[in-house]
Design a protein around this ligand. Sequence first.
Ligand code: ADP
Ligand code: ASP
Ligand code: MG
Length: 406
Amino acid sequence: MALIVQKYGGTSVGNPDRIKNVAARVAKYHAKGDKIVVVVSAMSGVTDNLIKLAKEIMPLPSEREMDMLLATGEQTTIALAAMALHSIGIPAVSLTGAQAGILTDGVHTKAKIQNITPKKVHDLLDDGKIVIVAGFQGETPEGQITTLGRGGSDLTAIALAAALKADLCQIYTDVDGVYTADPRIVPAAKKLGEISYDEMLELASLGAKVMQSRSVEFAKNFEVIFEVRSSLNENPGTLVKEETKSMEGVVVRGVALDKNQAKVTLVGVPDKPGFAARIFKGLGDATVNVDMIVQNISHGAGTPATDLSFTTEKADLLKAQKVIDGLKAEVGFREVIASENIGKLSIVGVGMKSHTGVAGKLFETLAKEGVNIEMISTSEIKISVVIDLAKGEQAMKAVHAAFLGS
Ligand code: ADP
Ligand code: ASP
Ligand code: MG
């Protein structure tokens, strides 16, 4: 008898038939005598629609109220999933994140899990129930509802698997596993049998939305091995786990394209100590996540000035602009240019640590496609470039073909 945490994403619970399909899959494990905790997302499109509704009321709504709103998506699905199990005669009970003992900090819309007290979940499992937990949400010690960032149901599942010391953590989704690239964009992408935490973490942070990046970070920290697999067939999925020696033989494990980035350029920032600090402290205080930062060399006569560009998520752009507008008088830059027409293309692989010539090959491939590189950033196991969004998919296919085959 095993304790299994299974997470079903938005498409896997996207309509009543899909929810019944989940119930049937859970029932099979239940029949074997396993204890099962099911984490579900909101039905596909629901979270996006709630965000759209809020933005129709006001462009920058209160983040506390956003959480109140968004948490309803998952709450709908837990109740429907419990009903689907009841309808086939299986005892099941739904719990909100708070009821499942998921305690978070108070950073609304991207709260971090601080602690899980899974007593209630254990009691219900001991009582023979299947426990269905709302993904993506938690509660602060003061009782405020929070959400864990987009894709956060993955984190709920992995954190629960760690807290419950589960034997197995399965992330069920609408593809067969983790591929060398998003199979919806690159038809030649291949399914990976296994991938290291670090590679999965980079791919996820760089736009491969198959896993929420914070959930992978959590899995790495707590050594939760998990499997990404399809809710629509029985094919084996991809195991995500600690790096093994043989993994280093592969230079590039995967390619990712992030279309959700925006670029902000501050033109004519005084080139003096302390100015960058003021700008990025302001952004940090407003919980704007900044990714790449590029500062040009000084230009202009008299007081030297520089141009400073950074990338952030599109969702944070309005917030970032508000912070920067507020700093204009204090910092004294000339103008701000924001662009949402950028894509961040990245290649990832632990093998890059021990291979040379990877960057050259990437840039050459992009040059052949006529793709201009606007920004570059590298780490030990990845290279990212910011390019024109309109050329993103074409560039991704070409880069995949160059490194991973077509
Ligand atoms: P869920 O609703 O189950 O959480 P998501 O939509 O968040 O599912 O993630 C699954 C999607 O991730 C797939 O449909 C696929 O288009 C996309 N994806 C992006 N990159 C990859 C990749 N490298 N491997 C597999 N899927 C990927
Ligand atoms: N429903 C949330 C979202 O769409 C969380 C999730 O699906 O994991 O981001
Ligand atoms: Mg997801």
